[in-house]
Design a binder for this molecule. Structure first.
Ligand code: IVH
Length: 730
């Protein structure tokens, strides 16, 4: 084997030895050399366009590397060439943690939603008409990808994509090729400036880029957004340079100084600093005015020369934005009013029934693939069996009562990232053979009866038909596991839906996974298994090891992720966070849930008292913990993992951190929502009722029984004014 081509790099002599004859030391040395050598050849080939070895030699090196890794899996290197494809280094761009998270926007789909948004903002702020008009800006929602540009002392230090909102990718060298992005800001700007906005591609530029790519025999981009994303996320900035990208500034992150007091003022400042700002941005004083701007922009949409997918409204005054704050990942002071969804005709080829983790039978429409708004759609949600029959949630008729049948011509609609919906059916196209769809009453996964329960509260028949198979239903078990490893739960890299399906099928002594705990014993069992993961199709020594490492990395897990991951009915991410905050440790939560199974207990009452947790959620939790097999599964899981205790929000110096507060009576300077949000941001818990656990009651005029109870329990009571003084908001 010739290993020396172009440059005097050589491998140790050990490379000539049979892999089986190598010592671990030899192998480690050779793996190190191979990693360096292959990386160098990759760079020469992909980045410098100047290969220094022929393909056969190169392939032999890679094969040798894999052979060594298979024989010595414990020696697989972090920079192993096996996990890297050519020049597209899988680590890709460096990561950047945003100084201020990059948020997303809540959506409005109708004029009514916009009126609701304004109403909510006014109520939250107790915004009195006497305080003058509430100014809100309206501007196009650019359909590109967001970018954060950080300048220090007037110089661009980095450009980062949004990523997951907390951490993005460092695309600085690519951003430097975009003309709309200044590298230097004028003298006098604050020391730290983070300008945020949208990278996009204009229609004309998109068309000529695609024409160029096609002429060169390359693939074309489906739409300008994909073209912009593909161009910005190029590992080779020389390529990005040839792509006509543009940038609009519309928001900001960290700023060492804010020299305007409105949204409009800030954006105008960005314009003065040399950024492109959208000329259609307007300041309005009522919902009606906003809607006028919206409909105007909608009319002009096709002539703008770039894609937009709605209009964004933002409360103009920055002090009010500050008071409004955020709900999870979106600001309360802004909303995106989306344009109506795009529609298309297609054929309903089949109706498939999927069984979810709680046993719900969910019908899915299998469609003849059709392009809607640049995306190929082949599935659509059908919600439930009534929906197929043409009956809505409350028994009302939908689609004029027309049912959906296999073979029908249907109109589908896609709005943003929402799952496509079937909005209507063309019954005139039905053939004589057409028959109405018969919804199964037997679970297609396990054959158990599937029933529609009667809701004990309303006495009404549930719209959802559920499999009664429980533990014996493989579909439920698999869906529960998928949920457990999903992104917002345990988030185990390399263990996705496909892998869960495969692992579920294996025997337990051959690396099977049937319950969450099994995931954490996989590596240990793999050691003694005759059917090792690394020898299975689709897996190798490197990927198997990576998976085991990823699993190990989740042995310590945030409490809210664990609670969410359990897949308890009605316990979504939001409720899981509320529970984690309330109980702060797994022990606390587990003990409370076990005691709460007695609904006359204090534990049950405390659970119901958590602000935001209602009776339905409490009952679902009680039901879950009352099941013997759930408790067993939890015990097994908890023997493997350590949930992290909740650390009370960073509220250094906050006088109410960790305290339980109750607001009662009418508040005059703020709304109840604002009071609650502010208290929580200071690390306090807000409860709806007074008990021995209450630390402080803030009582406004007309306070009644809660005040009396607080007094009888000897709990501190203060006025609304005292509250502002206490938290320093005067
Ligand atoms: S404001 C805190 N303004 O929409 C709010 N976003 O759904 C920050 N977008 O990730 C965003 N045009 O990529 C804002 N004029 C505009 C926008 C805009 C497009 C994108 C942005 C963001 C997403 C949120």
């Amino acid at each position: 084997m010739t290993r020396q081509v172009g440059r005097p790099v050589s491998l140790a002599d050990t490379s000539l030895k049979d892999v089986g004859a190598l010592t671990a030391e030899d192998a480690a040395l050779e793996l190190e050399r191979l990693a360096g050598l292959i990386a160098e050849y990759d760079k020469a080939y992909h980045t410098e366009d100047a290969p220094v070895v022929d393909d056969a030699t190169y392939d032999a090196l890679r094969r040798r590397n894999v052979a060594l890794e298979t024989a010595f899996p414990e020696l697989v290197r972090a920079d192993s060439p096996s996990e890297r494809i050519g020049g597209a280094v899988s680590e890709g761009f460096g990561k950047i943690t945003h100084a201020v998270p990059m948020l997303s926007l809540d959506n409005a789909f109708s004029d009514g939603d916009v009126q609701d948004f304004i109403g909510k903002v006014r109520r939250f702020l107790k915004y009195d008409p006497l305080m003058g008009a509430l100014a809100v800006t309206a501007e196009p929602k650019i359909d590109g990808l967001s970018l954060s540009l950080r300048y220090e002392n007037g110089r661009l230090v980095y450009a980062a994509t949004r990523g997951d909102g907390t951490t993005g990718e460092n695309v600085t060298s690519n951003a430097l090729t975009i003309q709309d992005i200044p590298q230097v800001l004028p003298a006098g700007v604050p020391d730290v400036v983070e300008v945020r906005g949208e990278v996009y591609m204009a229609h004309a530029d998109f068309a000529s880029l695609n024409a160029r790519m096609e002429a060169n025999g390359g693939k074309v981009f489906a739409n300008p957004r994909n073209a912009a994303a593909g161009s910005l996320r190029q590992l080779n900035s020389e390529i990005t340079k040839t792509r006509p990208l543009k940038f609009f500034a519309y928001a900001w992150g960290e700023m060492s100084d804010i020299s305007a007091d409105t949204q409009m003022g800030m954006v105008e400042l960005f314009g003065q600093w040399g950024f492109q700002i959208n000329p259609l941005m307007k300041r309005c004083e009522s919902a009606e005015e906003l809607l006028k701007v919206y409909h105007g922009i909608e009319e002009d949409r096709s002539g703008l020369g770039y894609d937009i997918d709605g209009v964004v409204y933002k409360v103009d005054r920055l002090d009010l934005q500050g008071r409004l704050g955020f709900v999870s990942r979106s600001p309360r002071w802004a909303i995106a009013h989306k344009f109506p969804a795009e529609r298309a005709f297609t054929t309903l080829n089949a109706i498939e029934i999927q069984v979810g983790r709680t046993g719900a039978l969910a019908p899915v429409a299998k469609l003849e693939p059709v392009t809607v708004g640049g995306v190929v759609v082949s599935n659509a949600s059908l919600h439930n069996e009534d929906y197929i029959k043409g009956i809505g949630q409350d028994g009302e008729s939908i689609r004029g009562g027309r049912d959906l049948r296999v073979g029908d011509t249907v109109i589908i609609q896609r709005a943003g990232d929402v799952i496509p919906q079937i909005v209507d059916v063309d019954v005139s196209k039905r053939t004589a053979e057409s028959v109405s769809f018969e919804y199964p009453e037997i679970c297609p996964a396990c054959g158990s009866h599937a029933v529609r329960e009667i809701n004990p509260n309303s006495g009404k028949v549930d719209v959802i038909r559920r499999c009664t198979g429980g533990l014996i239903c493989p579909a439920q078990a698999i869906e529960k596991l998928k949920h457990f490893v999903s992104r917002n739960a345990l988030d185990i890299e390399g263990l996705g839906e496909k892998q869960i399906e495969a692992f579920y099928e294996y025997d337990m002594d051959k690396g099977g996974v049937r319950s969450p705990a099994d995931i954490f014993t996989l590596a240990e069992r793999d050691k003694s298994s005759f059917n090792k993961l690394r020898s299975r199709e689709g897996w190798g020594a490197v990927s198997a090891r990576k998976l085991f490492d990823a699993i190990d990395g989740k042995r310590q897990i945030e409490l809210n992720r664990l609670i969410f991951g359990l897949g308890i009915r009605h316990v979504g991410e939001g409720n899981a966070k509320l529970l984690a905050r309330a109980y702060t440790s797994w022990t606390g939560f587990n003990e409370a849930m076990n005691s709460a199974t007695d609904t006359t207990s204090d534990a049950y009452r405390d659970l119901n008292d958590i602000d935001g947790i209602g009776g339905t959620v409490a009952n679902a939790l009680v039901e879950f913990f009352a099941e013997e097999h759930n408790r067993e599964a939890l015990d097994a899981l908890l023997a493997e993992i350590t949930p992290l205790n909740v650390v009370v929000a960073d509220s250094s110096g906050s006088p109410v951190a960790g305290k339980t507060l109750v607001f009662t009576g009418s508040l005059e300077r703020m709304s109840r929502d604002e009071a609650k949000a502010r208290a929580e941001s200071l690390g306090a818990k807000v409860s709806g009722s007074v008990s021995q656990k209450t630390d402080l009651v803030i009582a406004g005029p007309k306070a009644g029984s809660k005040l009396t109870k607080a007094q009888s329990l000897g709990i501190d009571v203060i006025s609304e004014d005292d509250w502002f003084e206490l938290v320093g908001d005067n």
